[in-house]
Design a protein around this ligand. Structure first.
Ligand code: LLP
Length: 381
């Protein structure tokens, strides 16, 4: 599809992100249909991609917003999400961010430490408000994913540890401006071994049971996000298996009567809809390796440099016999490499390349190192 559409973008200077809004819509409606049958609430994690046209589709499909900074809360509200659709997570919320979210009357703060709860109490009291809060609990469940994107193990900085709960609970009696409404969990990202979610459900059930023994029933359970996508063969699985994902929670999570279950999906909703389009600047044939040097680099898509992440690369213009290349960017860093030993049709200066599955954690993580320009984005609908 990209090959045919590309001439329409020929006059745009590369590199740029190209988003397929048709695929985005299909992905969102698949997720919505699967979640809806169990009455689940999905909050889209804005950190994956906060572009206005993408948020507009997400809002239209009835998802809420999961934010991790004051600016994300602001962006969500500007995009049209109502305050009662917004949750605010993050291990280091500043006083200014908390004040802003309190003023906006967001639905819930997912809180990550005792000290943070104390600060929200203080700031809410000063504003004469009662803040709805959920405890983000570190469940010590392995997500079986890359260590840099695992969040639910005790050695990770996220969440309140289980052993802290006993001393924390009595403090709520001194916090009249906090209303404890739920529990929150998030164990990691790009989770493809779904047994991690089975283990999470078991742990959430135990934790919920413990709270009930202390006389606390929660109206809300938030089990986070993290569902992975198929980076290897995006064309074979453009839409993640939401049926299996939500089905696990329906089977294994002990949902109490009237309780609302929330999810925070980011990557699974937007990753496949985005492609980074880039031009080949130079070919350098070495004795051991041929390099294809692109005009996009780690400044536009940081994931390969940061997590050794794989993104499929295609040459959209050449149909010559194949050769092998290390595909690299122009940035003055050796880690500025998209992929090593990639088999591609013989590639020449000026060829157009597509770097797939870049809709999540691509453009949002772009930066200006080497004083690079801001990367542009365009939309196919
Ligand atoms: N909820 C919380 C509390 C989170 O920390 C995250 C992601 C999500 C939801 C959404 O997770 P998702 O469904 O998108 O996996 N930059 C990394 C990913 C970092 C994810 C951070 N937290 C990457 O490029 O792989």
């Amino acid at each position: 599809m990209l090959k045919e559409q590309l001439p329409a973008f020929a006059h745009h200077p590369t590199p740029f992100y190209l988003y397929d809004l048709e695929l985005l819509k299909k992905t969102l409606s698949s997720a919505r249909a699967e979640a809806e049958q169990y009455g689940y609430h999905v909050h889209y994690a804005l950190k994956a991609n906060a572009n206005a046209p993408i948020l507009a589709e997400i809002l239209q499909q009835g998802f809420g917003a999961d934010c991790v900074s004051g600016n994300e809360v602001k962006r969500a509200l500007e995009a049209g999400f109502t305050p009662d659709q917004v949750v605010f997570a993050g291990v280091g919320k500043s006083d200014a961010e908390i004040n802003f979210a309190l003023q906006a009357n967001i639905f819930c703060f997912n809180c990550e430490s005792t000290q943070e709860l104390e600060v929200i109490q203080e700031l809410a009291a000063a504003q004469g408000k009662v803040a709805q809060v959920a405890l983000r609990i570190n469940p010590n469940v392995d997500a079986y994913t890359h260590k840099h994107i695992t969040t639910g193990l005790e050695e990770n900085k996220f969440g309140i540890n289980l052993w802290e709960l006993e001393s924390l609970l009595p403090k709520f009696a001194q916090w009249p401006n906090l209303q404890l409404i739920g529990l929150h969990f998030h164990i990691g990202s790009q989770i493809t071994d779904l047994r991690a979610y089975e283990n999470l459900c078991v742990r959430v059930n135990e934790i919920q049971q413990w709270f009930e023994e202390q006389g606390i029933l929660f109206p809300h359970l938030n089990v986070g996000g993290g569902l992975g996508v198929n980076y290897q063969q995006p064309e074979e699985q453009p839409i993640p298996d939401f049926k299996e994902y939500f089905g696990i929670f329906n089977r294994l999570l002990d949902k109490r009567e009237g309780q609302q279950v929330h999810f925070e999906l980011g990557r699974a909703l937007v990753a496949q809809a985005g492609t980074l389009i880039t031009k080949v600047l130079y070919i350098k044939n070495g004795q051991k390796t041929n390099f294809a040097i692109l005009d996009a680099g780690m400044t536009e898509l940081m994931r390969p440099a940061l997590y050794q992440a794989y993104h499929k690369i295609e040459n959209l213009t050449s149909s010559l016999p194949e050769k092998t290349y290390d595909v690299v960017g122009p940035i003055c860093e050796s880690t500025d490499c998209f992929s090593k030993e990639v088999t591609l049709p013989e590639t020449k200066r000026g060829d157009i390349m597509a770097i797939r599955t870049a809709g999540a954690y691509g453009e949002v993580m772009a930066n200006h190192y080497n004083l690079r320009d801001t990367v542009q984005s365009f939309y196919l609908s």
